[in-house]
Each structure stands twice: as C-alpha cells, then as structure tokens.
Write a protein that binds this ligand. Structure first.
Ligand SMILES: CN(C)CCSCc1cc(N)cc2c(=O)[nH]c(N)nc12
Ligand SMILES: [Zn+2]
Length: 373
C-alpha cells in the first residue's frame, strides 16, 4: 500500500476542478487544499494546536533551511520533524532545489548536484538528489519532493531543455534512494514556458510512476496568463488518480484558476507574509490595518469569520496593535489570514461537490479586489 493515495470525490463536469481526499500516514485531508508554510519548522507565530483548530491538515517545511539549521541529524535524533515541532498532522517538505537556485550566483550546478554558500554563515555546502533524500528521510515528512531545478523566467529554449532533462535524471536518482515505505516521493514537472518540454517532462516522470506530481517552474515572475497556459497544458497530461500540487501558488485568484485547471494542493507564504505587513485578507479584498478608516471600527476583521481574532477582537484594537508594533497584532492577522484560506478552500470544495463551481468562480472574481484598501 503506497504511503500517499488520492481518492476522487467529485469531478466538476464543466472544468478541470475536482474534490478529493489525500490519505497519508499522518492522516487524511480534503482537497483542494491550501498548505500553511512552516519553512523553519514553525508556521510563523502560530502553534500546532492553533493550526489544528483552524483546520490545517498538512503543513509545509523545507529541506534547505533545516539542512543548514539545525541540521537533519538533530531532527532525526529528536524522532523526526513531527516530534521535533510537535505537529501530528501531515508534513510536505520541499527538496531544497528552489531555495538554492534563489541564491543566484552564489551557487554552482553540475550533473552531480549544487554547490553553494550558506546564507547563514557563508560556509560551502552541497545538495544533490541523494543528500536531499537523506535529509527528507531524517525529517520523516509524509510527502517528499524530488530534487529539481526550478528554471528561472525567462530562460532560453536550450537552457530549459538541458535543465529539464537533468531534473528528470535527478528524479530517477531520488527514486533509487528514497526507500522509506512511510513517505511518498512526488516528481516535479519542469520545462520552462515551452509546451514540448513540459510534455516531455510529464511523460518521463509519469513513466517513473510517482504517487503524486507537482507542477514546478511556475509562479516565477511570468505573466499570470502564461502561467495558466502552461498549467492547462501540463495538468491535462497528468494521471487523474494521483494528487497534483502547484508549487508556490498563491493569491486567491490564482487558487481559483488553479483549481479550475485541476490542481489539488497549493502553498504560498502570502497569508502569513501580508499578515506580518499588517494586512488582513477578506472575501472582499485586503484590509490595510494601519489605515485611519479602522480607528474606531469595532467590528471584527471579517463578519462571519470564526477565527480566534474575529471572535475576540476588533479592527480598532488590531489597528492599534499594528501601529504600536505589538507582536500580538501580527499573530492575530496570521491566524485570521490562514483561517480565511482554509474557509476559502472549503467553500470552493463544497461548490465543486454541489456542481456550482462555475458560479463560485464568477462570483469571487467579480468581487475580487486585492488592491490594498
Ligand atoms: C513556501 N513555498 C514558496 C516553498 C515551497 S514551494 C517552492 C517552489 C515554488 C515555485 N514557484 C516553484 C518551485 C519549483 O519549481 N521547484 C521546487 N522544488 N519548489 C518550488
Ligand atoms: Zn477571522
């Protein structure tokens, strides 16, 4: 029995949208799903108990960061990442490739792997398919991402072709050393913005029969229309009985469009990052809490929200905390924004099950106004 399995609940008859359940060794969760990001083994300012209370079934963490600090040997000694951070839900770990490639010229790529300098102390480090898999086995995450190169945008055809072929060879090397029966290894589709390379990447990864697939190399600065075009082309070639994960996406409009194209899993730092910038996410757009309009607004951040912030505090109080640089204000906004995304995905999933996804999408996009208010 594979560690990760996908159960289709409902396919929207008119679009690629679908509702399902993903089963993992640390529990099952409904899809489509948004995964809170806990890069360094914590979702910034949020406790595991609060993550459970808001309905999070899976969180993200990161090979690159934990490899550098505190080191995966320590986490293994602690009994793995679940025990280390006291989270008993599912965990997905990214493979480290993306973070290394974000270092720009501080790294050197060869067939073997990537040499780079730690952003923490400048020491020389090496990541490869084998090292990434060893780290992720030490961490014990339920879903392990293959070690890949996220092709920058723009990239010329020859570079994208050579890089995608290497990512496929790296995926094979990951598969050969990922021996834990309790962890599921996802392949990551690359190919840049070239449809023929995306098709080749999909075909070669599907040939290796992974339990799930991520669409990589998107949300890297390309226009949204181009992202959707690549997404449409890529997802339709992926197996229907396996989960699909769109990496690094995204804002609510991108979540709706990603679901429409058949994506099941999403992650993005957006909700916690904008929270730390003093902004609340609501169905009708963003609230910039420092704005004077909230000075004596004693309503909750969002009417009808059941989060801890909205059940106990007002916009006026949260505005005061943000202006006074009180950490509690940012914590309240993080709790609200993460709960908002859980509610958003739940409503979207219900609309698929009740065959009214098209109406949900139109209503949301008609009211969508994520310019700061
Ligand atoms: C917090 N998240 C942004 C981190 C997890 S997702 C990181 C991430 C984001 C994007 N856009 C593309 C890729 C990609 O092509 N490959 C990998 N391995 N990771 C990716
Ligand atoms: Zn709320």
């Amino acid at each position: 029995m594979p560690a990760i399995t996908y159960e289709l609940i409902k396919q929207d008859p008119a679009t690629g949208a679908r509702a399902g359940i993903i089963h993992t060794p640390h529990g099952s969760f409904p899809t489509p799903i948004f995964m809170p990001v806990g890069t360094q083994a914590s979702v910034k300012g949020v406790s595991p108990e609060e993550l459970h209370d808001m309905g999070a079934g899976i969180i993200l963490s990161n090979t690159y960061h934990l490899f550098l600090r505190p080191g995966s040997d320590l986490v293994r000694e602690a009994g793995g990442l679940h025990k280390f951070m006291n989270w008993d839900g599912a965990i997905l770990t990214d493979s480290g490739g993306f973070q290394v490639f974000s270092l720009g010229d501080l790294r050197k790529i060869t067939e073997e792997g990537v040499t780079f300098r730690s952003h923490i102390d400048g020491s020389k480090k090496f990541l490869s398919p084998e090292v990434s898999m060893k780290v992720q086995m030490d961490l014990g995450s339920d879903i392990v991402m293959a070690f890949d190169e996220c092709i920058p945008y723009p990239a010329d055809y020859d570079y994208a072709k050579a890089s995608t072929a290497r990512t496929t060879r790296w995926a094979q090397r990951c598969k050969e050393v990922m021996t834990s029966p309790h962890q599921g290894l996802f392949g990551i589709v690359q190919g840049g913005m070239y449809k023929d390379l995306r098709t080749r990447s999909v075909n070669e990864l599907v040939e290796m029969d992974f339990p799930g697939y991520a669409v990589g190399g998107l949300s890297v600065g390309e226009p949204k229309e181009l992202m959707y075009e690549m997404l449409d082309h890529t997802v339709e070639q992926l197996p229907k009985d396996k989960p699909r994960y769109l990496m690094g996406v995204g804002t609510p409009d991108c979540l709706v469009e990603g679901v429409m194209h058949g994506i099941d899993m999403f992650d993005c730092v957006f909700p916690t990052r904008v929270a730390r910038n003093g902004t609340a996410m609501t169905w009708n757009g963003r609230l910039v809490m420092k704005n004077a309009e909230f000075t004596s607004d004693f309503r909750p951040l969002e009417e009808g929200c059941d989060c801890y912030a909205c059940r106990n505090f007002s916009r006026a109080y949260i505005r005061h905390l943000v202006r006074a640089n009180e950490i509690f204000g940012l914590r309240l906004l993080s709790l609200h924004n993460l709960r908002f995304l859980q509610r958003f995905m739940h409503e979207m999933r219900q609309s698929i099950i009740e065959e009214r996804f098209g109406e949900f999408r139109r209503n949301f996009l008609d009211n969508y106004n994520y310019g700061a208010k």
